[in-house]
Every structure is written in structure tokens, then in C-alpha cells.
Design a protein around this ligand. Structure first.
Ligand code: HEC
Length: 255
């Protein structure tokens, strides 16, 4: 009798622990995927906000008569944060620096400052019109500077379908290439639909996200027609059209 009861209690106890453990694990896994998706979106929003600041100031940057453009790291970051807030409805500066999200968004904000500080001489040079400092260059360099800070934690890259890639540093890796070809380029793929999954990156498990972006009319002075004609940056135009898949923001969050 005694044995039986304690047996039942023991069984219940084991079952309880087991179920609680399974539930806890399940809950953690779910929050973590949600968390990853939210962080990836947030990092992309900050990158886009920064690019928008450069794009809005492109005429000023290209002005040969103006020396100081007033676009130092602090100013550009403040503008980017403002745009981020308008887009996301949340203040990235208020994020707890001890959380993964807070840590990563700060690394990205520091990367924006670093890139702007590194280009002051170039963009403040009087007598030169086009200086090659455009949103794509800013975006690539911010991604690189972010990657150096977030080594082992996260990576960010702006890539594109293979036939469109200008800078070899922007080439898709195996996963990105397959996602572009087998998902984002499909006629049936919904516009702006993001693809994410847990996959390997550099041999490690990561939550990987690919966010499609499409050419707008403003992109075509460089990426449009006639294909092969040299654009203002010295690259041959790709012959692209408005609405074509032109860019993919790839965010890797290591497990
Ligand atoms: C002034 C010319 C110009 C305009 C306008 C322009 N780009 Fe580019 N784009 C470039 C150059 C130059 C590069 C290579 C930059 C580098 O060195 O990383 C580039 C790179 C890119 C890349 C990174 C992959 C690669 O090819 O290296 C993407 C994606 C891209 N552009 C998309 C766009 C989109 C989308 C727009 C419009 C919103 C746009 N570009 C507008 C000139 C331009």
C-alpha cells in the first residue's frame, strides 16, 4: 500500500517535472523565434532609416559649392533614430542595453556613427560634385561595421540576385542565393513577404531572415536602362525595371 502510493506520487512527480520541463522548453523556443523575428525586423528598420537619411541628403552631399554638409555621425544617427521611431513606433534608444535587442541595436547605431565619421573628409570636400557616397555604400559599410561589433552574435548584409550584384562583397552566400532563387524571385511570392528559418551560417545554427526590396523609379538612373550604359558611379546599368526584386536585406542571428 505504502509502496503503491509513493509509486504513484513518484510517477506523478516525474510526469509533472517532465511536462513542466517540456512546456517551459516549448515556451522558450516560441518566444525565442518571435524574439529573433522582431530583432531582425528592428535591425533592418534601423538600416533602412539610415539609408533614408543619406537619400534625403543626396543633393546636399553632391553639392560642389557647399563644404560642411552638417552630416556628422551624431546628426545622421539622430535623424535615423527619428525615422526609426516614426516607422516602428518605438524608441530604439530606450531599449535596455542588457537585452540582446538593446545590445544589437546599439551596435548598429554605433556603426552608423562610425561610417559617417569615416566619410567626413569625402563628403565635406568643396569643388567635387558626385562623391560616390550613396545609400548603397552607406548600407554596406554600416553592415560591415555592425558585423565587426557583433562577431559571433549577428550579421547583416544587403545582397541582391546574382545578375544584379555590383560589389563582390554583396554577393549572396549559399543560403541567401537559394532563398532568392527558390522563394523571393518566384512570381507567386507575395510582395514584401519576408522569409526566415533556422539555418546554418558559417557552420553555425542561426535564425536567418531575408527581406526583399524592389526597385523604385529613383533607383533606375543607375540600375535601369539602357543595360550596359555606364551610370554616374562608373558601373554598367543593369536594365532593371520598377518593381523588380533589387535588394535583399539578410540578417543572421546566431543561436
Ligand atoms: C547613384 C547611382 C545609384 C542609385 C540611384 C542606386 N544605386 Fe544601388 N548601387 C549603386 C552602386 C554604385 C552600388 C555598389 C555600392 C558598393 O560599392 O557597395 C550599388 C549597390 C546596390 C546594392 C547592393 C548589391 C550590389 O549590387 O553591390 C543594392 C541591393 C542596390 N544597389 C539596390 C538599389 C536600390 C533598390 C536603389 C533605389 C532605392 C538603388 N540601388 C539606387 C548605385 C546606385
Amino acid at each position: 500500500m505504502r509502496f503503491k502510493i509513493s509509486g504513484i506520487i513518484a510517477a506523478a512527480f516525474v510526469a509533472g517535472v517532465c511536462c513542466a520541463g517540456a512546456l517551459m522548453f516549448g515556451a522558450n523556443a516560441a518566444t525565442s523565434a518571435e524574439d529573433d523575428a522582431m530583432i531582425a525586423k528592428s535591425l533592418a528598420t534601423m538600416l533602412r532609416s539610415g539609408r533614408t537619411v543619406i537619400s534625403r541628403n543626396q543633393d546636399k552631399i553632391n553639392d560642389p559649392k557647399l563644404a560642411d554638409k552638417g552630416l556628422d555621425g551624431k546628426t545622421v544617427l539622430a535623424e535615423a533614430v527619428k525615422i526609426y521611431k516614426e516607422t516602428a513606433g518605438m524608441d530604439p534608444v530606450a531599449l535596455d542595453a542588457n537585452t540582446r535587442h538593446g545590445k544589437l541595436i546599439r551596435m548598429e547605431m554605433e556603426a552608423i556613427v562610425e561610417v559617417m565619421e569615416g566619410h567626413q573628409q569625402t563628403i565635406n570636400r568643396a569643388g567635387v560634385g558626385f562623391k560616390g557616397f550613396i545609400p548603397a555604400v552607406f548600407g554596406r559599410q554600416v553592415s560591415e561595421a555592425f558585423g565587426r561589433r557583433a562577431t559571433g552574435l549577428a550579421e547583416m548584409k544587403v545582397t541582391a540576385p546574382a545578375k544584379l550584384v555590383r560589389n563582390p562583397k554583396a554577393r549572396a552566400d549559399e543560403w541567401e542565393g537559394a532563398v532568392i532563387k527558390d522563394k523571393l524571385m518566384l512570381a507567386s511570392w507575395s510582395k514584401d513577404e519576408v522569409f526566415s528559418e533556422v539555418a546554418k551560417s558559417k557552420g553555425k545554427d542561426a535564425y536567418r531572415t531575408a527581406m526583399p526590396e524592389y526597385y523604385a523609379a529613383s533607383c533606375l538612373s543607375c540600375h535601369g536602362s539602357p543595360a550596359g550604359e555606364i551610370d554616374i558611379t562608373g558601373y554598367p546599368k543593369e536594365g532593371a525595371s520598377v518593381g523588380d526584386l533589387g535588394a535583399v536585406i539578410s540578417i543572421t542571428l546566431y543561436k
